[in-house]
Design a protein around this ligand. Structure first.
Ligand SMILES: Cc1cc2nc3c(=O)[nH]c(=O)nc-3n(C[C@H](O)[C@H](O)[C@H](O)COP(=O)(O)OP(=O)(O)OC[C@H]3O[C@@H](n4cnc5c(N)ncnc54)[C@H](O)[C@@H]3O)c2cc1C
Ligand SMILES: Cc1ncc(C[n+]2csc(CCOP(=O)(O)OP(=O)(O)O)c2C)c(N)n1
Ligand SMILES: [Mg+2]
Length: 566
């Protein structure tokens, strides 16, 4: 059947099960958008292409499916760059489509011409330039396959305008994609599995380090079975949160720079680390030379290039985590680590004493109060999408998550402006779940234009702006390491309530803990997106904190209330 490239584009998306795209049209994609009207795929009309990429990413993280963004050539394409890099660092499967100038004028500095495959080469898992209609269908199939398989990641497909307009014969080919040289299902075992089992049996002080690979692999049940049978406590990376239930007695909470003190201490004193689908980010290890000095290490990873990349391990197992845990567990007996768990528990008391929840209330509204109360009121059941900064760390600490894909946050790139668009993407992935955005006043202003998208698309999300009047995380570093010299971190903000209202949305404000619960209830009961301006304590800091380059045990702790009064 004769079709032009633009029609083939939408037909292939339909065959691949894509029901929503996020994008903005422009000269080089007008033919694509023109034919969209003939198909049932819904395009979410965003306000900035960075938002489109983050929406695709949020959709992917919430659903496990591949998200799709569309932009025109030139500035549309370059606006996607931050979103693509964000997805790359956190291995999120998205496919970004860009229009390109006609093949005949490529290289002539044509209007809105940018070499976007060149620009995105180092920040995408793969990219393509499609310059004729007959390549549209096979390239799209490959792009979706590469984005989602093995270690997932972003793929960019740049399609010239002539490829969108040319007519060719088209029939859908449902056969699976085969790419010579690309082996996403690589496996290396079983000798390594046997060695791993021996290390586990010998260990007295083991700790599991659960990363985002647990969630991406769908290995939550396997991890639970493994931890319970071997009686090994589980610390999570920021992106691993939700992969193991927060309320489980073996859960140690987050590790790393702003991780729980007892989790970091356990890692430093462990004799065995079991790294499951995590990549030893520097926020996780602190000073590498002093990292877990007494521990042997087992690493299970889908990407062979991660093994021995940062931390030298004793056993490296390449493969899908779920499958590897299913293979490993039968060879292990039931184990008991009661003494080790009791030892770890001893350190929790001191932390509780220092916890902001236990400080005497003097009417101050702390971010931790806000996040804790939202957690309590939503019964821990919401999908929480954060931005980057102090509020992000407090969310990891105070919103206790039980289920995978319920914390959506930019970890590796740490992209301010991520939260609002990512939450819009999550909304389309999970139409029935309650969604809360927890965002700083700084990051919110980077992509706040997407409030218009919420209005236009009729979306309900709740947005909690943790308004401290500062680029708080940077202010904290200035306070602790630059003698309180606050260079370019204080902000004069817009009136966020009026801003919401200007978009036809509801704006609310909270200035004390006493009114917090009522306002959160009101937001939940209100139709449409609600923005809440939480005026929190301006100069609070996130504790514990491992200073950059320090060893994990050298944490700066929240001053103890006892020491304070002394
Ligand atoms: C302000 C700020 C502070 C931060 N502080 C902390 C902190 O205190 N603690 C912390 O933990 N993080 C912190 N982070 C986040 C940190 O930068 C990293 O993003 C995070 O630690 C990465 O977690 P991860 O290794 O689990 O996930 P990823 O980086 O996503 O790595 C996941 C790994 O799993 C592998 N994988 C994927 N699929 C599979 C599969 N099917 N089977 C097996 N393996 C698979 C991937 O190949 C990858 O290597 C912070 C970020 C910011 C912005
Ligand atoms: C796009 C981008 N620019 C700059 C930074 C550096 N940065 C990290 S955290 C932070 C402060 C964030 O401030 P805010 O959004 O108000 O959140 P808070 O830390 O106050 O909770 C900055 C500027 C970044 N991560 N991303
Ligand atoms: Mg702030």
């Amino acid at each position: 059947m004769e079709r032009n490239g633009a029609q083939i584009f939408w037909e292939v998306l339909t065959h691949l099960g894509v029901d929503v795209t996020f994008g903005i049209p422009g000269g080089a994609v007008i033919p694509l958008y023109d034919h969209m009207l003939e198909y049932s795929v819904r395009n979410v009309h965003v306000r900035h292409e960075q938002g489109a990429a983050h929406m695709a990413d949020g959709y992917a993280r919430a659903s496990g499916k591949t998200g799709v963004a569309i932009a025109t050539s030139g500035p549309g394409a370059t606006n996607l760059v931050t979103g693509i890099a964000t997805a790359m660092m956190d291995s999120s499967p998205i496919v970004c489509f860009t229009g390109q100038v006609p093949s005949a004028v490529i290289g002539s500095d044509a209007f809105q011409e940018t070499d976007i495959t060149g620009v995105t080469l180092p920040i995408s898992k793969h990219n393509y330039l499609v310059s004729q209609a007959e390549d549209v269908a096979p390239t799209l199939k490959e792009a979706f396959y590469i984005a989602a398989s093995g270690r997932p990641g972003p793929v960019l497909v740049d399609i010239t305008k002539n490829a969108q307009n040319e007519m060719v014969d088209f029939t859908w080919d449902p056969s699976p994609v085969r790419l010579p040289g690309y082996r996403p299902d690589l496996r290396v075992f079983p000798e390594e599995l046997a060695k791993a089992a021996d290390l586990v049996k010998e260990s007295k002080r083991p700790v599991i380090l659960a990363g985002q690979g647990v969630i991406m692999s769908g290995a939550m049940q396997e991890l639970l079975n493994f931890a319970e049978k071997t009686h090994i406590p589980v610390a999570m990376t920021l992106l691993g949160i939700g992969g193991f239930p927060a309320s489980h007695p073996l859960n140690l909470g987050m590790m790393g720079m702003h991780g729980e003190a007892w989790a970091n201490r356990a890692i430093q004193e462990a004799d065995l680390l079991l790294a499951f689908g995590m990549r030893f980010d520097d926020r996780v290890t602190g000073n590498l030379e002093k990292y877990a000095p007494k521990a042997r290490k087992i690493h299970i990873e889908v990407d062979p290039s991660e093994i021995n990349k940062v931390v030298k391990v004793d056993v490296g197992i390449v493969g899908d985590l779920k499958e590897m845990l299913q293979n490993l567990l039968p060879s292990l007996p039931e184990l008991d680590h009661e003494d080790w768990l009791a030892y770890i528990d001893e350190h929790k008391e001191d932390s509780k004493l220092r916890d902001i929840q236990n400080l005497p209330e003097a009417g101050n509204l702390y971010a931790a109060h806000v996040i804790h109360d939202i957690w309590r009121i939503t019964e821990g059941e919401a999908i929480v999408v954060t931005d980057v900064g102090q509020h992000q760390m407090w969310t990891a600490q105070y919103y206790q998550l039980e289920r995978p894909r319920t914390l959506i946050t930019s970890g590796g790139l740490g992209t301010m402006g991520f939260a609002l668009p990512a939450a819009i993407g999550a909304r389309f992935a999970k139409p029935d779940d309650e969604i809360w955005v927890i965002v700083g006043d700084g990051g919110f202003q980077m992509t706040q234009a997407e409030l218009s998208t919420c209005k236009q698309e009729g979306i309900k999300i709740n947005i909690a702006i943790i308004n401290n009047g500062y680029l708080g995380m940077v202010r904290q570093w200035q306070e602790l390491f630059y003698e309180r010299r606050y260079a370019a971190t204080e902000m004069i903000n817009p009136d966020f309530v009026k801003l919401a209202e200007a978009h036809g949305l509801t704006g609310l404000r909270v200035e004390s803990r006493a009114e917090l619960g009522h306002v959160v209830d009101q937001a939940r009961a209100t139709e449409g997106t609600v923005v809440i301006d939480f005026r929190v304590e301006r100069e609070d800091s996130v504790y514990p904190m491992v200073p950059a380059g320090a060893a994990l045990q050298d944490m700066i702790r929240r001053p103890s209330p006892e020491k304070r009064s002394a």
